[in-house]
Design a protein around this ligand. Structure first.
Ligand SMILES: [Zn+2]
Length: 220
């Protein structure tokens, strides 16, 4: 049953039914979202006050999602990626294959050529840095896909490098592994065990935020 208001419960503006007589009530789909994510807690809002309230709710919603993202970017580095299949004492269930691919920009090999002295002398700065970036990106992809499958570790990881782009000097890094869920993650130590729990909480919260907005058809 719809409640009728003569004044807006939030800003007390007069609610009118005619086109030019007072304000109209805001779409009720907006109300739970505003109540959840802004400081305004009211059973209804009106055309006078809904915009500032909705704006604040959207800002808070976005800020929280951004902060979760930043946290996760750091936290997921704790997800182990190992080349062996059966690390000692791990109990795990197998979830599926995960892959990552990155291609660096052009010019890797010309940079390599120009730093050959450097290369044979020891390390090529440019080459190593691009490899490292490629590897880091691949590992991030593996970890994200692992999380999407509900996993917390990657076993049997394998890495490949190849030149692509028809002599344009592009370098491709490919990684593949098997996502698993370690069921006795306490054996990895208290710190990792706790980080896994935090990751799960953050993921749950992220899903909650996203579903809340989409269920109420809020464009954020
Ligand atoms: Zn109002």
């Amino acid at each position: 049953m719809e409640t009728t208001y003569s004044n807006c419960p939030a800003c007390k503006s007069k609610i009118g039914s005619g086109l030019f007589s007072g304000h109209s009530l805001a779409d009720e789909k907006l109300v739970p979202f505003i109540n959840e994510f802004s400081k305004y807690k009211h059973p209804a809002f009106c055309s006078n006050c809904q915009f500032s309230a909705l704006d604040e709710a959207k800002k808070n919603w976005n800020a929280e999602l951004r902060s979760i993202r930043t946290d996760l970017e750091q936290l997921i580095k704790i997800i182990p990626i190992v080349t062996i299949h059966t690390p000692v004492n791990w109990q795990y269930e197998t979830l599926g294959i995960v892959t990552g691919q990155t291609t660096t920009g052009t010019g890797v090999f010309s940079e390599v050529a120009s730093s050959f002295t450097d290369f044979f002398g020891g390390q090529s700065g440019a080459y190593n840095e691009k490899l490292k970036n490629g590897e880091d990106l691949c590992m991030a992809q593996l970890r994200i896909k692992c999380l999407e499958l509900g996993g917390n570790a990657i076993v049997g990881a394998d890495i490949d490098y190849s030149e692509v782009g028809g002599g344009k000097g592009m370098l491709m890094v490919c990684m593949a592994g098997t996502a698993v869920r370690i069921t006795n993650s306490n054996i990895l130590g208290e710190e990792k065990h706790k980080a896994f729990e935090t990751i799960q909480q953050q993921l749950t919260r992220r899903t909650y935020l996203q579903n809340f907005a989409s269920f109420n058809k809020i464009i954020v």
